[in-house]
Design a protein around this ligand. Structure first.
Ligand SMILES: Cc1cc2nc3c(=O)[nH]c(=O)nc-3n(C[C@H](O)[C@H](O)[C@H](O)COP(=O)(O)OP(=O)(O)OC[C@H]3O[C@@H](n4cnc5c(N)ncnc54)[C@H](O)[C@@H]3O)c2cc1C
Length: 443
């Protein structure tokens, strides 16, 4: 069982007195940021309250996708996919990086028209994205021919095995001298003379010139304790892995009901995007108006639900003292129960769209909580009110692919280097300066 609450600790470096940069969160964003800093000779410590890639970064579908990205993300993503390729050679372990393309198959004219609209962006960025006829889709997918109107296809898109990739990069980081400590919640930051001077962890304090918060769904809570307001909500997404199955398609394919990705172990990773769920809690009300455009756009993809630990969600602890146990220590690894409705939808979707896989058993099922911002694109910025504190969060369901590219962006930002990409869309102030929330293409 890979997606459990607590696997054995693998990274347990002693806390140093001081380090150049502390990174909060050992997901793909935190580890990639640390990797590019360490490569440039900056000393780093990555702390995770639970395990390296214990949350979103091992639970995702493993799609490394340029296709259908927000235009502001695309240049970073195009760099990221090449970076994945080189990282796959720099890591000692095989991370399953394979370029077999991403295909969005369309059943009707309406779906085809949505794909056609994105082609302008692909052309502007000289991406190898093509529109396909139904017959051309049938040549790619060896199952149930004749059901497709057409599709959109980017052959240079890729995949990797998420539960291998980030731990492998973490090991490579450690070989370069980066420090990593699991089971080490960062409770707060230290400030002196109006700027950040370090972090307070459950195991003691560490001095640092800069602190990067890459806390995924926990970032809002971490910042709330510092009096910083970050509108971000959590969305549950359920995934299944099949037993080894006939090879109907080597790449990643999504249709409106279902998405599948060929795995290194000969099975498929399966998900039903329309069954993503947000459980109503205090943040739903706190940030409701900011999320209206995203909810309107994603009405088919995000279901609003009551239930679960509703009291915790309505009355969350948002302030604590540095010597108090925090919610981060109480929830080492967020391991939500998979949704039975989503699993049923996957089974129906497979039978309907990929009948060869219709009866293949699911060998493992799991869920993850996605950190979604009101405009469905991340924040990558410095926090003006807390000089020395930087934030990389809210990758809104597509942060695995862009992870290494975002890590480079954050490493440059920490070092004060000029930005290589236009980062205006990812600024924190967009949530407070009256900017309209214009959602990107989606989760
Ligand atoms: C089911 C699912 C499918 C997805 N599919 C894809 C996909 O195919 N392609 C894609 O590009 N993206 C996908 N995503 C999104 C992608 O996984 C995320 O955007 C990405 O992993 C985010 O990485 P992260 O490092 O920001 O966050 P995370 O991986 O969530 O890591 C954050 C870490 O911070 C730690 N942390 C938080 N607070 C503290 C604290 N105070 N102290 C110490 N540690 C702390 C947490 O324990 C956690 O390990 C998917 C996500 C899910 C859930």
């Amino acid at each position: 069982m890979i997606y459990s609450n607590l696997s054995p600790i693998q990274f347990n470096d002693p806390l140093p007195d001081s380090v150049d940069v502390v990174i909060i969160g050992a997901g793909v964003i935190g580890i990639s940021t640390a990797w590019f800093l360490a490569k440039r000779g900056i000393s780093v410590l990555v702390c995770d309250k639970g395990r390296v890639a214990g949350e979103q970064s091992s639970r995702n579908w493993g799609w490394i996708r340029q296709q259908a990205r927000d235009p502001a993300e695309l240049p970073i993503m195009m760099d990221s996919i090449n970076t994945w390729q080189s990282l796959s050679k720099e890591c000692d372990d095989d991370i399953g990086f394979t370029r077999k393309g991403v295909l969005y198959a369309a059943k009707n004219d309406r779906e085809m028209a949505a794909h056609e609209r994105w082609m302008d962006i692909a052309t502007q960025h000289q991406l190898d994205t093509w529109l396909l006829s139904g017959a051309e889709v049938d040549e790619l997918i060896k199952d149930k021919p004749g059901q497709w109107k057409g599709g959109m296809f980017t052959p240079s898109d890729a995949r990797a095995e998420p539960f291998k990739a980030v731990p492998a990069l973490a090991r490579a980081l450690r070989n370069r001298g980066g420090l990593i400590r699991e089971n080490c919640a960062v409770r707060s930051i230290d400030m002196q003379g109006g700027r950040v001077t370090g972090v307070i962890t459950e195991h003691g304090s560490v001095k640092a010139q800069s602190v990067v918060c890459a806390g995924g769904v926990w970032s809002t809570l971490f910042l709330a304790n510092l009096g910083i307001n970050l509108p971000q909500i959590a969305v549950r997404a359920t995934v299944a892995r099949t037993a080894p199955a006939p090879d109907i398609y080597q790449g990643n394919v999504a249709v409106s009901e279902i998405a599948i990705r060929r795995r290194q172990d000969g099975g498929y990773t399966v998900a039903a995007s329309p069954q993503n769920e947000h459980f109503i809690g205090a943040d739903s009300f706190r940030y409701f108006f900011k999320f209206v455009p995203a909810l309107y756009q994603s009405v088919r993809f995000i279901k609003l639900r009551f239930g679960g630990d509703v009291i915790d969600r309505m009355l969350p602890t948002r302030r604590w003292r540095d010597d108090e146990t925090t919610p981060f220590e109480q929830h080492r690894v967020l391991n939500p129960a998979p949704s039975q409705k989503a699993l049923n939808s996957m089974r129906q979707g497979l039978k309907m769209r990929f009948p060869t896989l219709g009866e293949i058993p699911f060998e493992e099922v799991w869920a993850g909580m996605i950190d979604v911002t009101p405009d469905v694109v991340p924040v990558m910025d410095q926090i003006e009110s807390h000089p020395g504190l930087l934030l990389a969060t809210g990758f809104s369901g597509h942060g695995f692919g862009i992870g290494p590219g975002a890590g480079k962006v954050m490493a440059d930002m920490v070092m004060g280097n000029p930005a290589v990409h236009d980062l205006t869309r990812f600024r924190m102030s967009r949530f407070s300066d009256g900017s309209p929330m214009v959602p990107g293409p989606g989760l």
